[in-house]
Write a protein that binds this ligand. Structure first.
Ligand code: URA
Length: 205
């Protein structure tokens, strides 16, 4: 039921997956959001990266990982010898969830229900791309891909296998690195994430 051809929601003007995702009204998050943000990258990509949900910038621009977390992601990818344009980059949830605070929009973590409701879109992207390895960045991605988002700092660096046989490498979310204030912790988290991205590079080498 998770395959795109069996997905009754994939019936949109244009007929392609991003248009179908744009037209999605399966949960209330579509209402306040500017637009849905579908995954982007070659359909033949060997690596798929999954984040949590679009942030403020992504919601306005309509592309995944283009804000501060995206800039750090780009840096780490380059350092690990990976080309972002060769990877498929997407999110567990396709609409920005936020709390309006004056002129600001404060990021809110998506609930397990919201992740589950959005999961057919992620599965449609996986079915279309058929990556050799999926990299789950953070708890929401691990929840969406493996059914549990618990204990990410313990699980990171490991490959866990999905029931459909696809390997998922768990790593940290770049926003987690941006939120750390202790210099030693930042250094360690950056080194950990870099090691994970290098492992992903080795996987497809
Ligand atoms: N954080 C995410 O998880 N995804 C984005 O696209 C941007 C920030």
């Amino acid at each position: 039921a998770n395959l795109p051809e069996a997905n009754p929601h994939w019936q949109a003007p244009g007929g392609d997956l991003p248009s179908a995702i744009s037209a999605c009204t399966r949960c209330p998050l579509h209402k306040p959001a500017t637009q849905a943000v579908a995954g982007e990258g070659p359909k033949s990509a060997e690596l798929m990266f999954v984040g949590e949900q679009p942030g403020d910038h992504e919601d306005l621009v309509g592309r995944p990982f283009v804000g501060p977390a995206g800039q750090l992601f780009d840096l780490l990818m380059a350092e690990a010898g990976l080309k972002r344009e060769e990877a498929f980059v997407t999110n567990a949830v396709k609409h920005f969830k936020f709390l309006p605070r004056g002129r600001k929009r404060l990021h809110q973590k998506p609930s397990q229900d919201e992740i589950a409701t959005c999961n057919p879109w992620l599965h449609a992207e996986i079915a279309q791309v058929q990556p050799r390895l999926i990299v789950a960045m953070g708890a929401s991605a691990a929840q969406a891909l493996l059914g549990s988002g618990k204990a990410i700092t313990d699980r990171r660096g490991r490959v866990e296998w999905r029931a459909d046989g696809l390997p998922v490498l768990i790593t940290l979310h770049p926003s987690f690195l941006l939120r750390l204030s202790d210099a030693a912790a930042v250094k360690q988290a950056r080194a950990d994430m870099l090691a994970d991205l290098r492992r992903a590079a080795d996987w497809i080498a």
